[in-house]
Design a protein around this ligand. Sequence first.
Ligand code: ADP
Length: 593
Amino acid sequence: MPNSSKYTRVLRFVTHYWLMFPALFGTLVVARIASTLVDVSIPLASGSVVDAVASGVREDPAPAMWALAVFVGLGALFALSRQVVSFLLNRLSAAAMVAIGRDAFAKVQRFSADWHANAFAGSTVRKITRGMTSYDTFTDTVAFGLLPAFIVVVGVCGVFWWRWPLLGFIVAVSIVVFLAVTIALSVLYVRPANVEAREWDSKMSGALADSITGNQAVKSFAAEAREDAMFQHVAGNWQWRAVRSWDRSVISGIVQSLMLIALQAAMLSIGVLLWSRGDASPGDVASLIATQFLINGYLRDIGQHVRTVQRTVNDMDDVLEFRDAHFQVADTPAAKPLEVTQGRIAFERVTFKYKGASEALYEDFSLVIPAGQRVGLVGHSGAGKSTFVKLIQRLYDVQEGRILIDGQDVAQVTQESLRRAVGLVPQEPILFHRTLADNIAYARPDAAKQEIEEAARLAHVDLFVRGLSKGYDTMVGERGVKLSGGERQRVAIARAILARTPILVLDEATSSLDSVSELYIREAIERLSAGRTTLVVAHRLSTIQRLDRILVFDGGKIVEDGAHADLMRKPGGVYRKLLETQLQAGVIVEAAE
Ligand code: ADP
């Protein structure tokens, strides 16, 4: 993307959040301008003190005292008003950062399952948090660096122009030259070196992290010395780049100082010249000196500010990526809530192809699952079982055909209502680092304690909770409470029991469970599925023999369809062979009834 449009995009983004709090922002701008103007007037006040002293008489110090009082008063006003700006900015920044984080989080949460599967969670988190802090740094830099510098330059030039046009002209031209040189140095000379040094800085942390997390492998191959050398190499690469980037900052600082000294010399020579001609009083010369210090203070860090703006604009641009992205799976404008009365599911001539896949997984695929039927999905890995249930939840959009739940197209109802109607017990349930009770109640946060415990009992979660000193208040992930695969599945089943959805999808854990866990889970599933349309993606065939119907998938097609007993009667049938293979391999121990 061209740089200029990136800057406009970021500027629009920042302005949007500034204007979200109009009263605060407006007061802040007015206060900042006022406080800087006060600062600009201080050198003039110092000039009046000098004039009052120079032209006054010792017997009557009142005019000098008055001038001094104004000078000190302005100083105090400036110091206070500057802090008022800080107070306002604290509030604006915190509020806007919350809004930025909230908006980005809300958007990212609603991105499709596919998007999340392809994005690194860590990097998404970093982009959001960095976007928030970059906004803060950017606003600070504008409020305390660029805006006041601009006002000072305009104010000083304006005052000079009015009093001594020649001086005003020379100062204005010098400042323009100073700014042009400073910005050019900053952008073209200092920043590229900074960027490179920062890249190697990240590489250094990356290398450290990689080595330290892989310490087990390092130890077992006695490779410590090799890793030391690797770090030395990366750090060496960083070292000279860091020195170069710091040196360039120093050099650019020297150039800036020389320019400011030249400006000082020019201003003061002209001041003395004006004085010698009788066009300036001693006080004017004094205020010129003071103005010189003022300009110096505001312009000294301009190069740094420009680089900060560049860096923060780049960092904020990452958050804009989320903001401007369209939802991959979006509700239609006319989407209505799904109303499940019975739970009948129908695939009508569905064609579906994964993005990037060479051919369609499902082609002209039709199937009806009557309300309340309990169906096992079976087949080799990659046959399309999980995709089948993902399509029912509309985690992906199909290219052709329709998927209907009680006659309503899943693509035409709101995603929220659809996902609320379909309960899911996934293969690898995700538990949050919250209490066990919170985890179970995730489907229904308003569930009463008794309901949570009842669900836990039905899912046999209570059996292992009894062994925990804090019971249901134990934080999952706290030391010692790392749940086993079977226990996590039981928590997920308890969640599904609480959710009471009319349609249920169970993706059986692929990792082998101990036989006790398996028995508990099988029992819990039986209870849970009673009276609901239930789909069980089965990897071990022992869990599904009692279901009403078994669908055998192969390459996106259903190759066998029937009850366990019917399928077993087919000599050479796919299901029968799968079952026999699992029996032989010891994956399951129980044969057909
Ligand atoms: P199963 O659940 O039967 O093991 P899946 O439904 O997960 O099978 O996968 C069916 C096919 O689709 C496989 O070939 C798999 O590689 C492919 N597939 C699954 N998920 C994706 C995805 N997100 N992007 C591209 N291809 C995918």
